[in-house]
Ligand binder design. Structure first.
Ligand code: SF4
Length: 409
């Protein structure tokens, strides 16, 4: 079918197949893709509201055994730069988040062999005990799989135990491109194959959890593989209806083993638009201002996005790979309103919580995103001694720590 024919099909509310999506993605002009995506956004959200959430993006550990080649964030077990956040540090971060109107933590981390399932359960319970209304949007599918392997329990049992401890929803991280050829090249098929990632989401949706879905593009994949990724998400959404939103961002190459260059802003807008066109069963698409910057983030609202994502407060992962954009609530709202939309706060379920908080009360301006820990602090939290380490380096550290405690240090 010609590009014009496919565009007419999209305009009449028809569903594009893989061949049509690829033709449109490759041959459609950028303004055409934008117009089609914007029309879908307007059909799904006719009230002209663009949402955002105030939450905090916390990475509880940077220790990871997965070693994806596109990742600049992780440190190997035993690294002098390795860290694990303590429960008290996480409580402080939650206090700071609540102080600026935040409603949840987006909690993700490396695959640390020295943190057993009970550490996560105890953490989640402790958070829910102190902050009963605060939400935990936590642990991407590869982290769930890591815990399943570590605990020798099926994925379903891990999700049930984490939910019983306080897990509210699952972020769609670790999807990269859901094609195993790409995953093998990125050395991330070991942490989760495409089928395994989908299977965790299927389990989560079956257990009543809502999740998001993501796509990191711009590494080694082809255009066909980007489209295949979108089709896999659409098929699961047809089956379960459990995804609340889709977020795409471009690979950030600095300090990574894979290296290379970053995709352009135009490529981002085209990819966002084709996602809006293919994912006809997703209600919400987020703008990724943290990798694209505020201006392209704002332009995303004309290319299919109806949500500005998170105020975020803290970010460690894409910053490690060179992206360092920061927007506080006032800046996000300004970008939304300058684009002609009404800004509203939401929760993870995309339920409207209200007007911008900074208009209701004094909120300090935030000019820089916080980091997990200041100044490379790698001190071990006291409670870690309760959880038996699995790695050799972890055991060595734990012995040293216990000896210090016995000596009353
Ligand atoms: S992307 Fe995640 S799983 Fe892969 S190395 Fe980085 S922290 Fe580990």
């Amino acid at each position: 079918m010609s590009v014009e024919g496919i565009a007419a099909k999209v305009r009449s509310g028809g569903r594009v197949d893989g061949v049509e999506a690829l033709e449109l993605y490759r041959q459609g002009s950028t303004p055409l893709l934008g117009r089609l995506a914007d029309e879908i956004r307007a059909r799904k959200h006719p009230e002209g509201v663009v949402t955002y959430i105030i939450d905090r993006n916390v990475n509880y550990t940077n220790v990871c055994v997965a070693k994806c080649t596109f990742c600049a964030f992780y440190r190997p077990v035993g690294s002098p730069e390795a860290y694990v956040l303590g429960f008290d540090e996480l409580f402080r971060k939650i206090d700071e988040t609540i102080a600026v109107g935040g409603v949840q933590l987006l909690l993700q981390g490396g695959h640390n062999p020295d943190l057993p399932l009970t550490w996560y359960e105890d953490l989640f319970r402790a958070i829910k005990q102190r902050y009963p209304a605060f939400k935990l949007h936590a642990l991407s599918p590869p982290e769930v799989i890591h815990l399943s392997r570590l605990s020798q329990l099926p994925v379903g049992a891990i999700i049930d135990r984490l939910t019983a401890a306080g897990l509210d929803s699952i972020p769609g991280g670790g999807a990269e491109i859901l094609v195993d050829r790409v995953r093998r090249l990125l050395h991330c098929d070991g942490k989760a194959t495409a089928d395994e990632w989908i299977d965790v989401m299927r389990h989560a949706h079956g257990a009543g959890l809502r999740t998001t879905a993501t796509m990191m593009y711009g590494t080694v994949e082809t255009d066909e593989e980007r489209v295949e990724h979108l089709l896999r998400l659409r098929a699961l959404q047809d089956e379960t209806g459990g995804f609340t939103a889709f977020i795409t961002w471009s690979y950030q190459p600095e300090h990574t083993e894979l290296s290379g260059s970053e995709a352009t802003g135009v490529d981002y807008l085209r990819t966002l638009a084709i996602a809006r066109i293919v994912l006809d069963n997703f209600d919400n698409l987020q703008a990724s201002w943290v990798t694209q910057g505020g201006k392209v983030g704002q332009l995303s609202l004309a290319y299919g996005a109806n949500d500005m994502g998170s105020v975020m407060i803290e970010e460690n992962v894409v910053r490690a790979a060179g992206a360092s954009y920061c927007m506080d609530e006032a800046e996000i709202v300004r970008n939304i309103e300058d684009a002609g939309f009404t800004a509203k706060r939401r929760n993870m379920h995309y339920e409207i919580l209200g007007e911008p908080i900074f208009r209701e009360r004094e909120i300090p301006r935030m000019l820089e995103l916080a980091v997990a820990r200041e100044g490379g602090d790698t001190s071990l939290p006291a409670e870690l001694s309760v959880y038996p380490a699995r790695s050799r380096a972890g055991k060595r550290l734990q012995r040293a720590r216990n000896a210090e405690l016995q000596e009353g240090k």
